[in-house]
Design a protein around this ligand. Structure first.
Ligand code: ERO
Length: 312
């Protein structure tokens, strides 16, 4: 059975990988994801120019009844140079994603310039959707700011680049972001980042469950699946065919992976469930995905990709 994927000239022997932020801050974690025989790739924790401790703890919380998670990590990372050193020296056959999330446009441009001038030969993901840095809005909710940064990026950047998007909730917003993205030679978009600024309450103590920002944080896991499917589907219907889609959000079973592919995903990332099960999750999900395809006599993901049926 063919469970492979393709973005630009990069071939992935498996379509699953970690979502940025999960299991990818340290070299040990990155190595662990890469070493999984069932991961197609790894994406690094989004980097800022310098190392950051992130927000105070508790800053990640697993919601009850397998609903999902809420986080306000605040971009803890080891700094750009740490991840550049990792990707330049790592011996692996898997294509690697380098994620950058500067707190300013100039920080992003400086990191991308260094990547351009380096020997890095993987894919770059520009995170325009971090919901958790106090005082910093999610860039990709501002369509003109998104156009402005991509215009500057593509004035010098020639390597395969994609953007990590926040979820959109309005059909007009799908049209607007697609109109911006279609004007640039993007290799991919990754949708969705966590649903920003949710709130969860511990009923025993009547207290929020995470400390930063008075308890507000990004939602992930099962409760965001419908939003992830909608974003993958809406963008697949609107983006140039050359822009591939990484579907992220709400994956706890092989059927969830199948559904994201049906909506048009080329690769699929796992965040909350990777926190729950660790890297064995990739083998379980791929096995369940193969069963789903087998039940319907499909031999490859290509047969279902983007083939969601609607009611006429
Ligand atoms: O708080 C974070 O480090 C973070 N959490 C998310 O859910 N998404 C992000 O993009 C992010 C930081 C870039």
């Amino acid at each position: 059975m063919d469970l492979t994927g393709q973005i630009a000239n990069f071939h992935f022997n498996h379509i699953l990988l970690n979502a940025a932020g999960v299991k990818c801050q340290t070299t040990a974690e990155l190595d662990q994801v890469l070493a999984s025989p069932y991961s197609g790739s790894v994406v690094t924790k989004s980097a800022t120019p310098m190392t950051r401790p992130g927000n105070p703890s508790p800053r990640y919380y697993q919601l009850p009844e397998e609903l999902g998670s809420i986080n306000s990590m605040g971009l803890p990372n080891e700094g750009f140079a740490y991840y550049l050193d990792y990707v330049l020296n790592k011996k692996t056959d898997k294509p690697v994603f380098f994620s950058v999330a500067g707190l300013t446009k100039d920080d992003n441009l400086a990191m991308l310039m260094e990547l351009e001038q380096s020997n890095f030969n993987g894919l770059v993901e520009l995170n325009l959707s971090c919901p958790n840095v106090p005082g910093k809005p999610q860039t990709a909710y501002d369509f003109e700011a998104t156009r402005a940064i991509l215009t500057e990026v593509f004035s010098f950047f020639t390597k395969p680049l994609g953007v990590k998007l926040p979820p959109y909730f309005d059909m007009v917003h799908f049209d607007m972001i697609a109109a911006v993205l279609n004007d640039f030679p993007l290799a991919f978009v990754n949708t969705i980042n966590s649903i920003g600024n949710g709130l969860a309450i511990d009923p025993h103590t009547d207290t929020v469950v995470i400390k930063p920002k008075g308890g507000f944080g990004g939602l992930g896991g099962s409760l965001v699946k419908a939003t992830a499917l909608a974003n993958v589907r809406a963008l697949r219907e609107r983006l140039n065919e050359s822009i591939k889609i990484i579907g992220t959000g709400g994956v706890t079973s092989g059927r969830d992976v199948y559904d994201l592919v049906l909506c048009g995903a080329d690769l699929v990332e796992v965040g909350t469930q990777l926190m729950v099960e660790d890297t064995p999750v990739f083998e379980r999900l791929e096995g369940e995905l193969a069963n789903e395809l087998d039940k319907k006599d499909y031999q490859s993901l290509a047969e279902i990709r983007g083939k969601l049926q609607i009611i006429s």
